[in-house]
Design a protein around this ligand. Structure first.
Ligand code: ATP
Length: 219
């Protein structure tokens, strides 16, 4: 099967300090892959390079066959807006928009507002009753669920999620994992999920470990 996402020979350093070098990775459509590794090993840096939010020092990232780092800035931004769902570790919820405004933003930016889809996503993460709340009035777990719903509402081909269940109780964590699985199963999306949770990793189709030896498959 052709890869939905393919990274070849990715390297990234901060100054003289390498974070990783020569990493290669393939995600097929419909796959949910867990990315594990100790704190500070470079998981977020890798996700940022895969999303085009950070530039690797060497290597290529192909999303649906397109080398994203070769695109102009506006073309890259458009590709991210349309094909990518990114769940940031720090949420990056916009403080001046309410819950519905944040979750609906990807559709608004594409000129494809869809109140039915918005209600469906809010319900899926248990935030329908909080649709008009402002972010400052939300708990950490609620903010995390806003970030998940916003990442999935436009049915992205690729989901990159940085510890999306880190702030959630087991019930909500299971709900979020089920949503990610559904996105893979029903939309053929590929999902790379950074997690420290055994429970989340156990639900993935494959597990990869990032460490000093690079990316290794875990059985
Ligand atoms: N802007 C930066 N300048 C210098 N070093 C950085 C910068 N950002 C990250 N680092 C370093 O790069 C390494 C990888 O960081 P990264 O955030 O990718 O790790 P991580 O595996 O996601 O960690 P965690 O599991 O704690 O979130 C760390 O040692 C970190 O200190």
């Amino acid at each position: 099967m052709p890869a939905l996402l393919e990274a070849r020979g990715l390297s990234r350093s901060y100054g003289e300090t390498p974070v990783f070098s020569g990493l290669s990775l393939r995600l097929a459509p419909g796959e949910l892959v867990a990315l594990l590794g100790e704190s500070g090993c470079g998981k977020s840096t890798l996700l940022n390079c895969l999303a085009g939010l950070d530039r690797p020092d060497a290597g290529q990232v192909l999303l649906e066959g397109i080398d994203i780092h070769e695109l102009s800035e506006p073309a890259q931004a458009r590709l991210r807006r349309e094909r990518l769902g990114f769940v940031f570790q720090a949420f990056h919820v916009l403080p001046h928009l309410d819950v519905a405004g944040n979750v609906g933003l990807p559709l608004l930016l594409q000129g494809k507002e869809d109140p039915t889809r918005l209600a469906e996503m809010l319900a899926a993460v248990g935030l329908l009753d909080l649709a008009s709340r402002m972010p400052r009035q939300l708990s950490g777990g609620q903010l995390q669920r806003v970030a998940i719903a916003r990442a999935l509402i436009h049915r992205p081909a690729l989901v990159l999620a940085d510890e999306p269940t880190g702030n959630l109780d087991p019930r909500h964590a299971d709900g979020v994992l089920e949503l990610l699985r559904q996105q893979c199963r029903e939309q053929g999306a590929a999902c790379l999920l950074v997690t420290h949770s055994e429970r989340a990793a156990a639900l993935a189709d494959r597990r990869l470990q990032l460490g000093e030896a690079g990316l290794e498959a875990l059985l």
